[in-house]
Design a protein around this ligand. Structure first.
Ligand code: SAM
Length: 292
């Protein structure tokens, strides 16, 4: 039964991302006090981007562009500028241009799911580091009968509650293909919104490569039950907390990276790996796709 006042998880999560309760737009202070990503120090990422950049250069030669989607503090682009990458560098983020960012780095403030749709013909590299896990998605919990029921949000406590059986045919088809709900009480997140976001991001590329690095998982792990508890959590003060959709924490759920990869049918090649450099991050994955 649907209690009329309950919110869909996607709507409530979206409020904490781009809406009135936006975690990143700072109603609760500087969001970057709550976590540090590996982008500032990780030793693997700059060599990998150099390799992808060389591939892009071999495809068509210059001039080339690197776009960092969900650029945060602009740290990755800053590192690329210091490393002397000979490219136009563009950051896209919900947040305003970081103070003191190298003036050679361009910045677009906005929802990357919209901004990316307006950019075409890029030759170079697009990167999304810890971006897709922030994109709101629907989630289910199986009942005792094994049927998936939608997770909803109580509008006053902003806590997750279990709602009605899932009926949306596209969501059911996605689960069937990527994360079959087969065990009572298991949870699963439905990755369609992340697939759409990746399709938009890779749609910017004429030729070159796209790189996503994120908390993620693949179908064999999901089938084996490794992620049966679901992965939706909140982050506050660098810790995992109960996912309250009130803007006090960053809501995140792991990315079904193989499904995301399939959303870019123009890709010439696809490589999915564990991303090993982040300590304690056994569940970090990378996706590299090339486009010619
Ligand atoms: C976890 S932080 C990662 C930042 C940076 N990529 C890093 O790894 O340090 C996610 C960033 O993505 C941005 N973001 C999330 N959803 C977005 C959206 N729909 N459009 C643009 N930026 C978004 C947030 O504002 C935040 O700066």
């Amino acid at each position: 039964m649907v209690v009329p006042d309950e919110l869909t998880l996607v709507d409530a999560w979206e409020e904490t991302l781009t809406g009135v309760r936006s975690f990143y737009r700072g109603a609760h202070g500087d969001p970057y006090q709550h976590f540090a990503t590996d982008i500032a120090r990780g030793g693997e990422i700059i060599p990998l981007i150099r390799e992808l950049f060389a591939f892009a250069s071999d495809c068509h030669g210059g001039p080339l562009t690197v776009i960092d989607v969900g650029s945060g503090t602009g740290e990755l682009l800053t590192r690329l500028a210091i490393a002397g990458i000979d490219a136009r560098l563009i950051g896209i983020d919900l947040r305003p241009r970081p103070a003191g960012l190298d003036t050679a780095i361009e910045w677009v403030t906005g929802d990357a799911r919209v901004v990316a749709g307006e950019i075409r013909g890029i030759r170079g590299v697009v990167v999304a580091h810890e971006f897709l896990d922030d994109i709101p998605c629907a989630a289910v919990e199986a009942g005792e009968d094994g049927c998936p029921r939608l997770m909803r949000v109580d509008p006053s406590s902003r806590r997750l509650v279990i709602g009605e059986p899932l009926e949306d045919p596209a969501d059911l088809a996605w689960l069937d293909r990527w994360w079959p709900v087969t065990r009572p009480f298991m949870r699963a997140e439905i990755g369609r919104s992340r697939d759409t976001a990746w399709a938009m991001i890779t749609g910017m590329l004429d030729s070159g490569a796209a790189l996503a690095i994120d908390y993620g998982h693949t179908r064999p792990e999901r089938l084996a039950g490794t992620w049966d508890g679901g992965t939706l959590v909140g982050y506050r003060d660098g810790r995992v907390v109960t996912p309250l959709a009130d803007g006090s924490c960053n809501l995140t759920a792991h990315v079904a990276i193989d499904s995301v990869a399939e959303s870019a049918p123009r890709a010439q090649s696809t490589r999915i790996d564990r991303w090993s450099s982040a300590p304690g991050r056994a569940d970090f994955v990378s996706l590299v796709q090339t486009f010619t």
